[in-house]
Write a new protein. Structure first.
Length: 385
């Protein structure tokens, strides 16, 4: 076995797809069921590079047909409105297409190709990472599984086993935990606007987003430990209206929530992203606040670099790209962490004193009056190289 991939979220499925198309023997192990993975409500904004990667992997047909191309976003601030024109500032836009749809498209492509994906695996262990062959074991349908492999790709998320397989003395972790979370509601209602609206309000942040022309995703800032059960639909819609500009609130179409949950905000990076024969990708190595829509895009950037490095290893016999993998990815990761941190600080109600609140006002004033600052925001939002 050449590569064992632990985790069948978008990162693991994408990596497996890229490797299989390059003729590299791989298998994917996943703790949850396929239905559970496909039902997870996650990101929906794709950078230009992520769209290109999905197309190159042969799973972009439905994305190209159903994805919503956005050429900008709007910031609402105390009665003021500012549209950031991505197309004019960078020549590119972003595409709205839900992670659940991406996961489904990748799974269907894997099924058609006969890929080996083991869902509902228990007792996954990763060891012998410094030896001549790594070993990955698990239990599946009551029977043991075991693989000796050249490399392991840890795509198993923040709570997975792969990062923990790196000895603590060789791993450094950086974290910032924010005191707030996003209470999100998914509803089969038309979006309130054609593009995303980020709203800063004295009661807290709000975001108007969507998954399609008939399905909307809305968020309001709450305490990180907020219980979503304390929010019935009426309370959520009333609070969202309070935080939006009046004309936007007047056009809001409400309806029963399909899903309601709280996502705490945190920034996290683990270094290095490689240990011996193990390579970390996606949430196993880094977490960003959702404000900048970077989580899934960073994961796809990781696996794009990793897949190319594996191809170089097996096609040309060179390990140069594998040796550079951690440094290459971390350079982009930290830039995305910086942007997500900055955008979160700008848009959320985090200041604990009047001085901090006035600094936020000054930051927005500067952004509104500076085309250069708007270009920096746009470049980071649509995706850095």
């Amino acid at each position: 076995m050449q590569v064992v991939i632990v985790g069948a979220g978008p990162a693991g499925l994408m990596l497996g797809r890229l490797l299989a198309r390059a003729g590299i023997d791989c298998v994917i192990l996943e703790r949850q069921s396929r239905a559970h993975v496909e039902a997870r409500i996650r990101a929906g904004v794709l950078e230009h590079g992520a769209v290109e990667l999905l197309t190159a992997a042969g799973v972009g047909e439905r994305l190209q047909r159903e994805g919503l191309v956005h050429d900008g976003v709007e910031l609402a601030w105390g009665g003021r409105r500012l549209r950031i024109d991505f197309r004019a500032l960078t020549g590119r836009g972003v595409t709205v297409y839900g992670q659940t749809e991406i996961t489904r498209d990748l799974n269907e492509a894997h099924a058609a190709a006969g890929s080996r994906i083991y869902y509902e695996c228990g007792e996954v262990t990763v060891r012998d990472l410094a030896g001549p062959a790594a070993r990955v074991t698990a239990r599946h349908a009551g029977s043991p599984l075991g693989f000796a492999c050249d490399y392991v790709a840890g795509c198993d998320g923040f709570h997975g086993v792969c990062r923990q397989a790196i000895p603590a003395g060789l791993r450094r972790e950086y974290e910032r935990v924010y005191p707030v979370g996003w209470l999100g509601v998914l509803a089969d209602t038309p979006p309130v606007a054609p593009e995303l609206i980020y709203a800063h309000h004295e009661r807290g942040f709000a975001l108007c987003s969507m998954r399609s022309t008939t399905r909307s995703r809305y968020y309001v800032q709450v305490a990180a430990n907020e219980d979503p059960a304390a929010w019935n639909d009426a309370r959520f819609w009333d609070e969202l209206r309070r935080r939006l500009p009046h004309d936007v609130a007047d056009g809001l179409v409400t309806g029963p929530s399909i899903e309601k949950s709280v996502a705490p905000l945190r920034s996290f990076v683990a270094e290095p992203m490689r240990h011996g024969r193990l390579f970390l990708a996606g949430d196993a190595a880094h977490i960003v606040p959702p404000t900048g829509a970077k989580g899934l895009n960073l994961a796809f950037a990781d696996v794009s670099v990793l897949a190319a490095a594996f191809v170089e290893r097996y096609a040309a016999g060179s390990e140069a790209a594998l040796d550079a993998y951690s440094a290459t990815c971390l350079a982009r990761v930290w830039k995305a962490e910086r942007f997500s941190w900055w955008f979160t600080q700008l848009t959320h109600r985090l200041a604990t004193d009047d001085f901090g609140a006035r600094l936020q006002d000054a930051e927005f004033d500067y952004l509104a009056g500076s085309p250069a600052a708007q270009q920096v925001l746009a470049e980071n939002y649509v995706g850095l190289p």
